[in-house]
Design a protein around this ligand. Structure first.
Ligand code: IMP
Ligand code: MG
Length: 180
């Protein structure tokens, strides 16, 4: 697994330091607001549990499952595979995502949560790849862990064909991995 990684973009130490900063910021901004953290499965699992464990005020959690990717290419059509398990009317929502890429998944998720009557919806993404943003996407993540260049990355929850999610760091795959 590690020998298929060309280089490491973010180490475990960089990840945990930044995640703690984001969680402190969220703890200040959402103190007394009883937010619901909504995780977009599956890529967000590591980031989600790290953020929530470091969030110091009362909160609830929920998950959505959507799909838009096959291999390295966004298929362009976003599907809802599994919806929320609770009523979010009048609630403050923080969407947690692994990566903001073209912006399709998050725009879809944002509109969906707004349509359910949330009082507020903000986006907290671990990674942001602004160069990949699709024209017409106006949604801006309020909280960003790291802004990264336009490279396909894996690890810390992010996958290539469902593998590499268990790498503890963020890495870039060797080109030959894609050719197999
Ligand atoms: P978007 O809808 O194009 O913004 O894509 C968001 C989703 O695509 C993310 O939640 C990831 O699951 C996946 N994705 C985008 N870029 C990468 C990447 O570099 N590595 C792994 N998955 C990615
Ligand atoms: Mg994802």
């Amino acid at each position: 697994m590690h020998n298929q990684i060309d280089h490491i973009l973010l180490t475990e130490e960089q990840i945990s330091a930044r995640v703690r900063e984001l969680a402190s910021q969220l703890s200040r901004d959402y103190d007394g607001k009883n937010p619901i953290f909504v995780g977009v499965l599956k890529g967000v699992v590591m980031f989600f549990s790290d953020i929530v464990r470091n969030f110091t005020a009362p909160c609830q959690i929920d998950f959505l499952s959507i799909s838009s990717y096959e291999g390295c290419n966004s298929t362009g059509n976003v599907k809802m595979l599994q919806g929320l398990s609770q009523d979010i009317t009048g609630r403050h929502i923080v969407i947690l995502e692994d990566i903001f890429d073209t912006g399709r998944s998050l725009s879809f998720t944002y509109d969906y949560l707004k349509s359910l009557g949330a009082a507020s919806v903000e986006v907290c993404t671990f990674l942001d790849k602004p160069e990949r943003r699709m024209p017409g996407v106006t949604l801006k993540p309020k909280y960003v862990g790291y802004t990264i260049p336009n490279e396909f990355v894996v690890g810390y929850g992010l996958d290539y064909n469902e593998y590499f999610r268990n790498l503890p760091y963020i890495g870039v795959l060797k080109p030959e991995v894609y050719q197999n």
